[in-house]
Design a protein around this ligand. Sequence first.
Ligand code: NI
Length: 174
Amino acid sequence: MSIKDIITVPDDTLKKISSPIENVGDKEKELIKDLFETMYNSNGIGLAAVQVGILKRILVIDISGKDEKKQPLSFINPVIKTVSDETSVYEEGCLSIPNTFIEIERPKTCEVEFIDINGKVKNLKCDGLLSTCLQHEINHLDGKLIIDNLSKLKRDLIIKKISKTQKNPNRIIV
Ligand code: NI
């Protein structure tokens, strides 16, 4: 296992579309271990392979709290099948956009189909933080970032601004 370097904006790799995995072998399993180690090391709750420069449709998530038991979840080739009309808003951060937090509105719940680490097709219904985190990470696989929908001016301002505000319970880093 090893901790990988996380790439950050404005690295163009982050804008690229990741390729699907054809079969889950030792290489993919090793990558998943590395992604978890890298994510935990940076105190993130989600990390996509593209964020360590590997353009494969693999991501990891763990939304457990600091003093809770770890809940590692890995997703290979995840596809969102359904989303709710109801939305929720989180102040999202991103390990690839340091010190930047943006309020993002997303569907509150979603259903995702993916391949697990044993190569089996799975379905998962997600709500709340997990739903938001998963949608954020799947956006990474499609080269999309939380700053993409902002004007250039706003984008530049936000990147410059260092977050100084006090802890917000809805503030997450994925
Ligand atoms: Ni991110």
